[in-house]
Write a protein that binds this ligand. Structure first.
Ligand code: UFG
Length: 324
């Protein structure tokens, strides 16, 4: 049997590009739709259509022409603080354009879909590590957009209008260990990237947003997952969906948390640079602790992370950063 044809929206972005590389390596044919709005890709794995998802007609034409077996939907805005400043932009792009994409999928009779969801759907979870069964109560518009799309997919799947797997990413970080790909955000807000850029001298200091959280050292705790392990989870999820047609929701994290202070000290250790850190007030929309219960993805997909180490994540990201 020939390998599936896979279409990625946002396949030129940070996570999508790593998945595209792994798909290509595994012999899949990769098609990409990306408007290149938030990334400056160095290398694209796949055939690129530079199209915005709001152009539903163009998207439908591509789907009809390429006839992918499955669509992996990465394209979205991803910044929690920005979503609080510009909520409509987030609802319009993350929800509105996903509805347009789903509408095109229906017209083209393509039924298999992988969705990039987020741990932000949990808000401040009652139990940590948080499992997929936990209540969804996001505390920022970004998380709301992911819940809304998940609800649409859940109802469509119930009515047999789609087969989907929703992957709830925890804090994705790191870069391709071979050094070809990495984060290319035009305006990075993520902790590890900002800390590395501070070490490099691009920013005068790194801010720590909030030191009075109910955590052992007072700073927020997150579950940082290496982007290549996340890419591997996509391949497994896709293969599972194509062979079983069973819709699922899966957490993607290591089940271990690190505080902001721990991340900062690991960045200093890996880079060997003691940069300036300024403790400042909390950033709006940040839950104190987000750590995944990953037993479901390990059991169902037999996912075995290969890069489960904060040092490795930061080393790979530093290697990439030094080449920028
Ligand atoms: N932080 C700082 N200083 C910075 C940047 C971040 O102290 O310069 C802190 C934040 O306040 C937060 C932690 O570092 O406590 C992590 O922040 P990030 O911006 O790196 O990531 P988030 O946890 O806000 O969000 C990320 C993704 C979301 C996803 C979420 C899930 O951006 O898409 O992880 O855990 F939903």
């Amino acid at each position: 049997m020939s390998k599936a044809k896979v279409l990625l929206t946002g396949g030129a972005g940070y996570i999508g590009s790593h998945v595209a590389k792994l798909l290509t390596r595994n012999g899949y044919e990769v098609i990409i739709i990306d408007n290149l709005s938030s990334s400056n890709p160095r290398k694209i794995y796949g055939k690129l259509y530079k199209v915005d998802l709001k152009e539903e007609k163009s998207v439908l034409e591509i789907l009809r022409k390429e006839r992918p077996d499955i669509v992996l939907h990465f394209a979205a805005f991803i910044s929690v603080p920005e979503s609080l400043e510009k909520p409509f932009l987030y609802y319009e792009n993350n929800v509105g354009n996903t509805i347009k994409l789903l509408s095109a999928l229906r017209k083209a009779e393509i039924n298999n879909f992988l969705f990039s969801s987020s741990a932000a759907v949990y808000g401040i979870p009652d139990v940590v590590p948080v499992s997929e069964a936990a209540e969804l109560k996001p505390i920022n518009p970004y998380g709301e957009t992911k819940v809304m799309v998940e609800k649409i997919l859940r109802d469509m799947a119930k009515a047999q209008e789609i087969n989907y797997i929703s992957l709830r990413y925890f804090n994705v970080a790191g870069a391709d260990p071979e050094g070809e790909l990495g984060p290319t955000y035009k305006q990075p807000t993520h902790l590890i990237i900002r800390a590395l850029k501070t070490a490099k001298g691009e920013y005068p200091y790194l801010e720590i947003f909030g030191t009075d959280y109910p955590t052992p050292d007072g700073t927020c705790i997150r579950d940082y997952i290496h982007v290549m392990d996340l890419a591997e989870a996509h391949i497994l999820a896709m293969e599972y969906l194509l062979s079983t047609r069973e819709s699922l929701v899966l957490n993607c994290g290591y089940g271990k948390g690190f505080s902001v202070r721990e991340v900062v000290s690991t960045v200093k250790k890996v880079t060997g640079i003691d940069f300036k850190v300024v403790e400042t007030k909390r950033r709006a929309g940040d839950p104190p602790v987000l750590v995944a219960d990953n037993s479901k993805i390990k059991k169902i997909l037999k996912w075995e992370p290969k890069y489960d180490s904060l040092e490795t994540i930061i080393k790979n990201a530093w290697h990439w950063e030094l080449k920028q």
